[in-house]
Ligand binder design. Sequence first.
Ligand SMILES: [Zn+2]
Ligand SMILES: [Zn+2]
Length: 228
Amino acid sequence: MRFCVECGKETEELFDGLCAECASKHIEVKLPETITLEICRDCGARKKGNLWVQEEDKDPLKNAILENLTLEKSARLKEIDVKNIKGDPYLQLFEVSVILNAFGIEIKREKKIEVKVKHALCPSCGKKHGGYYEAKLQLRGKIPDGWEDYITEAYAEDVKGGIDLYFPSLSEEKEAVKKLIALKSAEKKESKKLHTVKDGKSIYKYTTLLRFDEGSDNSRKQKRRKRG
Ligand SMILES: [Zn+2]
Ligand SMILES: [Zn+2]
C-alpha cells in the first residue's frame, strides 16, 4: 500500500510522495505583473521581440500573454481566458484564467496582468506610408507624459532613443511642435530634404527633432534655463 505524505490517502500512484490531488495543489503558473503589447495601428501586426508578426488568429493580446506564461513541466495548458478588468487605451488590467491539466486532474489558476498597449507602425506599413508623409517629427530626450494628447494625425513609431512621428502635412506637424514645446522645453532642430519635383514644383520632406530636457515635466512652471 502507498500513502500520500500530505493527506495520508491511500493511492495507487504517487507523485513525489503525493497523491494526484495534493500534487496538483502545488502547481503554480508564472506570469509577469506587466507586459508591453506593441501593435501596428495599420495592419494589426504584433511586435514579438524584434520582429513584427501578423497572427492568423488576430488575438495579439492572448498570444502575448501566452508567450509570457510559464508552466511547470508536469502541467499542460488546456484553456486560457482573458478578461478585461479596467484600463484606458494605453494601460489595461486583465484577469487571466488558466485551466491546466496536471496528474490527470483539471486545475484552474487566476492571475492578474497589466498590459501597456503601444501603437506603432510596422516597417511594412511604414514603407507604404513613407511616400505620403510630408513632415517627420523626432521626439528624443525625456519625452513628457501625455505627449499623445497633442498629436492630431500622425503615425508613431518607437525607435531607438525615442519616437518618430510621421505627419501627412507640415502644418499639422508645426502645430504639434508648438504644443509640445509649450508642454515641456526642448531643443529644436529643423531640416528639409528635396523629395521630388512634381509639375515643376519642388516637393520637400521636413524633419524636426525635438530633444526634451532631462528634467521633470511641466517645465513651464520652472525658471527658464539660460542658453549656454
Ligand atoms: Zn494527498
Ligand atoms: Zn502594419
